[in-house]
Design a protein around this ligand. Sequence first.
Ligand code: RRO
Length: 315
Amino acid sequence: MLQNKISLKANIGKYRFNNVLLNAAGIRCATTDELTKILRSTAGGCVTKSATPQPREGNESPRMKATPLGCINSMGLPNHGLDYYLKFAEENQGKNDNQVILSIAGLSVDQNLEMLHQIQDSSFDGLTELNLSCPNIKGESQIAYDFEAVRDILTKAFDFFTKDIGIKLPPYFDLHQFDQIADVLNEFPIAYVNSINSIGNGLIVNPETESVVLKPKGGFGGLGGDYVKPTALANVRGLRLRLKPEIAIIGTGGIKSGRDVFEHILCGANVVQIGTAFGFEDVKIFDRISKELKEIMAEKGYTSLDDFRGKLKTL
Ligand code: RRO
């Protein structure tokens, strides 16, 4: 009975999501067919595969491997180029409170600014996600570990960009890093941060073959799934405690059940994204997890996500 009264609606500023669950960028979101399938599902919207100005093939295969605890990837930004995703976003943004988040990941500051100019000049009026945390580009660092580089790119971006931006962050591991990134981000009118991207440069070893499991970068790759949930929760919580309230948080990392979503929201997530587990289960995962989350809320007497968002207790 109570379950009918339970709402899983969420919002980031003025953007309404009819469900708190989305895919995480990179997972089943590289083609318009995959993106349309997500929009037609229970999910509250979709994020597009991070785009570069031109289409890219990405790294050599094998470049993704599932394990019992999650997965490792070194995709290397394979995508159809910004024009492709921008057109989809222009055509589908915001219908029935289904948001299309347009993710971009330039290989240089100039590429990011070039794409932001193109988005600024377009009819797209949704959220753009600036991915500053791709771990898999050969010879490149993850920008968001260099705090001055983040300040520099955001200063240049907000010089002309008047639409809404979110920032995809890598996991941080030292509390001084939380302080430093929050100090930088609080200087800008950012709509949200998305924490976390995969944990960069893990290594999975196959003891039978005595080998790594991925071809690019000698086998090093980004970790997702069960490996990363506590790190993701710490990042959501650590940033919620430090960011100004106008900056919303998308919680991403290790979500495969209603309980995982419940924990992310307790830590302060406004919206959550599912990566590895969505890759394993496809769009039916949004039905299953919505049901599981509603069951937990019903048991606790909660009817909206606001009833417990950010209310994690300490001892
Ligand atoms: O394409 C990738 O290799 C990739 C990207 Br852009 C990212 O942001 N995170 C990730 O785990 N893989």
